[in-house]
Design a protein around this ligand. Sequence first.
Ligand code: NAD
Length: 366
Amino acid sequence: MSELKEAMELKDVKFFDQLSTYDHENLVFCQDKHTGLRAIIAIHNTVLGPGLGGTRMWAYKNDVEAITDVLRLSRGMTYKAAISGLNLGGAKAVIIGDAATQKSEALMRKFGRFVENLNGKYITAEDVGTTTLDMEYINMETSHVVGLPESMGGGGDPSPVTAYGVYMGIKASAKQVWGSDNLSGKKIAVQGVGKVGGHLLEYLHKEGAKLVITDINQGALKHYADKLGATVVGMDEIYDQAVDIYAPCALGASVNTETINRLKCVVIAGAANNQLADEKVHGQLLLDKGIVYAPDFLINAGGLINVYSEHVGYNRDRAYGQAEKIYDLTLSIFKKAYEDKIPTQEAAIKLAEKRINDILKVHSTY
Ligand code: NAD
């Protein structure tokens, strides 16, 4: 123990400063020698309800990288739930390790026991590196898990609902810029044609949009080029396309100083989490350039809406109905941003924080 204390003092590790930066409530470290489990659960804010957020399994380079990621992602979940009108707080978990080689039933079940120990303050779900089967394993040890298969009373894959919400966000953005939400003839670049991007392409094609796509996965590209007549471009070329709308549906941070200078679109609206490399800097840069940005955590909330529906008793129609509201919500954020002369991301965060503070006052009496 004295070695650990010495190492932490030498590196001047300030965990509480990290937690207080964005006002996190808990950071829980979970360790188990037998299964090799090393996980961190971050609970950001539970004013609106239990913290819900997926478990990401990733081979982080070091512990600081894992802590940084889980703190950042859990905060995003708080805003996503708050702005979507859900009675949920924000949380997230990361398991440190390679999902392809280090995952086992025992490891996932051990993690489930740690989740159980939090007595429902944290509800877990699927994320990058975890699957529906992993959720089934976790469910063997705790009931505080969503994203279970339909055969087990769950909502199944949330991606179709996410895609529908993103589609609503794109249509609202079109309405804002062109006065009509009709996407017929609009040229749309979609980066990443995976689970969400693929469903999104179908909606856009049905409405008569012209599609430009890129991905690492050549098979998926061929599929959509053949099926929907989409034009395939290289991964880096996507930023130089003469398109009306850019829809990032792959990675975070694809909107940065370099790409903003190259993008020719008028709208950015897609599914990826944390699209802006730097929320403040790039939110402002987009405003200065006159590019309308549909906040990611607002328009990709369909997946969370779907798993929330599972938490309160799954109903597919209700999930889609709630995802449809993303259209009006996106327009109201554009209006607020315009009136306050602030970036749309900032306007969305303000609205989310307002709901949390309002409900905090509601909870102030028994
Ligand atoms: P996915 O893994 O099914 O699809 C991502 C696709 O992006 C893959 O086809 C992958 O090959 C491709 N890709 C990866 N790197 C790329 C690159 N550099 N250039 C182009 N393509 C690249 O994931 P998904 O579930 O479709 O999620 C897409 C994004 O949306 C992620 O950022 C995810 O965090 C976010 N999101 C997903 C959901 C959901 O319900 N699945 C909900 C909210 C947010």
